[in-house]
Design a protein around this ligand. Structure first.
Ligand SMILES: [Zn+2]
Length: 119
């Protein structure tokens, strides 16, 4: 879903103009520059990304109608719209990543899983 459509979704929810919400949505989707398919979402579409957005854009914005809208709620709405109605964690994404030996100094666990004590 394009950032503009996420912004229009916010206008339907909280009023104001699309431009009020676009910076948050464009930041969440900027990782499309790195990978063109849905896996780009692994970098910001998660609970940590919600709090990163809040640190970057502040706790809230004031939209064109003068309404205060929490940045956390804007980011959560975006992620739910993209991720089947829920907000994954970073672990949800990373645990689905296949472990390659180059990720761990050439070592691979016999079952393909890494243990936490390799540092
Ligand atoms: Zn997105």
């Amino acid at each position: 879903m394009h950032a503009l459509f996420h912004a229009l979704s916010c206008v339907r929810r909280w009023g104001g103009r699309a431009e009020d919400y676009l910076p948050v949505h464009e930041w969440l989707d900027a990782t499309k520059e790195l990978m063109a398919d849905c896996r780009h979402r692994a970098l910001r579409h998660h609970s940590h990304g919600v709090f990163e957005a809040e640190r970057l854009f502040g706790r809230s914005i004031v939209n064109a109608d003068g309404k205060i809208v929490p940045v956390r709620e804007i980011a959560e709405r975006h992620i739910k719209e993209d991720c089947g109605g829920h907000i994954p964690t970073v672990a949800d994404w990373l645990s689905r990543m296949r472990i390659e030996s180059w990720m761990n100094r050439g070592y691979r666990e016999p079952d393909g899983e890494e243990t936490a004590n390799h540092g």
